[in-house]
Ligand binder design. Structure first.
Ligand code: NAD
Length: 357
C-alpha cells in the first residue's frame, strides 16, 4: 500500500533545506521502489501569512492522514510581535499534541570527518553515535497542579508536579528498547531514583520491560552522573532513555558534543510509529534566502523517517552512507567549513548527496 509523506517546509531556511531533502526522498523512492507519495502544506509563519493562523485545519488533516511528516523549521522576526497563541511555534506544538508525539528521538552523531568541530578532544568524540530517547508529553513539564501561590504572610511559592504513570513509562520504554534493538543493543535508563519516587517507579518499569527484550542490555544511571559521563566518555552510550526534563537537558548537551547544529536530525513519534521528523536547528533567519544553509540535518531526518516510520532500513542506510561520502569528498557548507575543504551551497550539497546515492 502506498504511504504518504507530508512536507512542511515552514519558514526561514525551511523551504531551502526541505527542497533538498525532498529531492533525496524522490531519488530513494525511485531507486528502492518504495511507492511513497508526497503532499505539501503550510505551517508556522508561512501559514499565518496565508491564513492568519499557524496550524490551519487543512494542514492538521493532512498531518493526521500522513504516514510521516518532514518539517523544515518555523518562526522568525517577522512574527515575533504576535501574541503567544498566534505565534509560528504554536503550529509545531499543535502538531505534537494533536498527533500525540510522545517519543522524541535525537541522535548525536559525530562524523569522523567533522571531529574538529567539537569542543571536546577528537579522540573522545570521533565516531560518536548516541541516540537519546526523551519522553515528550509528560513529566514535570505537564504535571498538575502547577503555578505560583501566595503563602500566609504574603511570601510567594512556585510549584510543579513531577508525575509519570506506569503506562507512560512503559510506552517510552518500548520505543527505546526497540531503538536499541536496531542499533548496538545497549540501553541506559537515566533517572534520579536516589531522590525522586517518580523515578523509582521509572526504574522499576524499565527493569520489568527488560525481560521482554533479552537481547538488549539495560543499565541505569543517575542523571547527574549521566551529565558528567556525556562529557567524560560519551562513546560508552548507545541508546539513552529518560523523562521529559532530563531529556531536554541531556539531548542538548549530547547534541553540542558534535559541534555542528546543521548536522543533527530528530524524530517525534506516537504509538502508531507515525512521526514528525525535523532538523534540531531553527529557521536561521540570519542566513535565510542566501542559499548557504546546511541541508544535511534535514536530509538525515528524512533517513530517520524511512527507518522509524516507514520501515525502509535499506533506503535510510543509503542516505546516511551518501552523506558520509560527500563529507569524505571534502564538501562543506559554511557552518561546517574547515581548512582544506570545499565550500558549497545548499543546492550543491543536496546535488552531491543525490550523486552519491
Ligand atoms: P537557529 O537554530 O535558527 O539558529 C542558530 C544559529 O545557527 C544561527 O546562526 C543560524 O544561522 C545557524 N544555523 C541553524 N541552522 C543552520 C543550518 N542548517 N545551516 C547553517 N547554519 C545554521 O536558532 P535561533 O536563531 O535561536 O532561532 C531562529 C528562529 O527559529 C526563531 O524564530 C526560533 O523561534 C525558531 N526555532 C524554530 C525551531 C523549530 O522549528 N523546530 C527550533 C528552534 C528555533
Amino acid at each position: 500500500m502506498s504511504k504518504t509523506v507530508l512536507m512542511l517546509p515552514g519558514d526561514g531556511i525551511g523551504p531551502e533545506i526541505v527542497a533538498e531533502a525532498e529531492k533525496v526522498l524522490h531519488k530513494v523512492n525511485e531507486k528502492f521502489n518504495l511507492g511513497l507519495t508526497f503532499e505539501q502544506a503550510l505551517v508556522g509563519g508561512a501559514a499565518i501569512d496565508a491564513t492568519g493562523i499557524p496550524l490551519p485545519d487543512e494542514t492538521l488533516d493532512k498531518a493526521r492522514q500522513a504516514d510521516a511528516i518532514l518539517l523544515g523549521a518555523v518562526g522568525g522576526p517577522k512574527w515575533d510581535q504576535l501574541e503567544m497563541a498566534r505565534r509560528p511555534e504554536k503550529g509545531l506544538l499543535g502538531l505534537r499534541s494533536n498527533l500525540q508525539l510522545f517519543a522524541n528521538l535525537r541522535p548525536a552523531i559525530l562524523y569522523p570527518q567533522l571531529a574538529s568541530a567539537s569542543s571536546l578532544k577528537p579522540e573522545v568524540v570521533s565516531g560518536l553515535d548516541i541516540m537519546i530517547v526523551r519522553e515528550l508529553t509528560g513529566g514535570i513539564y505537564f504535571g498538575q497542579p502547577r503555578g505560583v501561590r501566595e503563602l500566609e504572610g504574603g511570601e510567594r511559592q512556585g510549584y510543579n508536579t513531577y508525575v509519570y504513570s506506569e503506562s507512560e513509562i512503559r510506552r517510552i520504554g518500548r520505543v527505546a528498547f526497540e531503538a536499541a534493538r536496531q542499533r548496538n543493543k545497549k540501553l541506559c535508563s537515566v533517572d534520579k531514583a536516589n531522590v525522586l519516587e517518580v523515578t523509582v517507579l521509572w526504574r522499576e518499569v524499565m527493569t520489568e520491560l527488560a525481560k521482554e527484550y533479552p537481547d538488549v542490555e539495560l543499565s541505569h544511571m543517575y542523571v547527574d552522573n549521566a551529565a558528567m559521563q556525556l562529557v567524560r566518555a560519551p562513546k560508552q552510550f548507545d541508546v539513552i532513555v529518560t523523562g521529559n526534563m532530563f531529556g531536554d537537558i541531556l539531548s542538548d548537551e549530547a547534541a553540542m558534543l558534535t559541534g555542528s547544529i546543521g548536522m543533527l536530525p530528530s524524530a517525534s513519534l506516537n504509538a502508531e510509529k507515525q512521526g514528525m521528523y525535523e532538523p534540531c536547528h531553527g529557521s536561521a533567519p540570519d542566513i535565510a534566502g542566501q542559499g548557504i544553509a546546511n541541508p544535511l540535518a534535514t536530509i538525515l531526518s528524512a533517513a530517520m523517517m524511512l527507518r522509524y516510520s516507514l520501515g525502509e532500513e535499506k533506503a535510510a542506510e543509503a542516505i546516511e552512507a551518501a552523506v558520509s561520502t560527500v563529507l569524505d569528498q571534502g564538501l562543506r557548507t559554511a557552518d561546517i567549513m574547515s581548512e582544506g575543504a570545499r565550500k558549497v551551497s545548499t543546492l550543491e550539497m543536496g546535488e552531491a548527496v543525490l550523486a552519491a546515492l
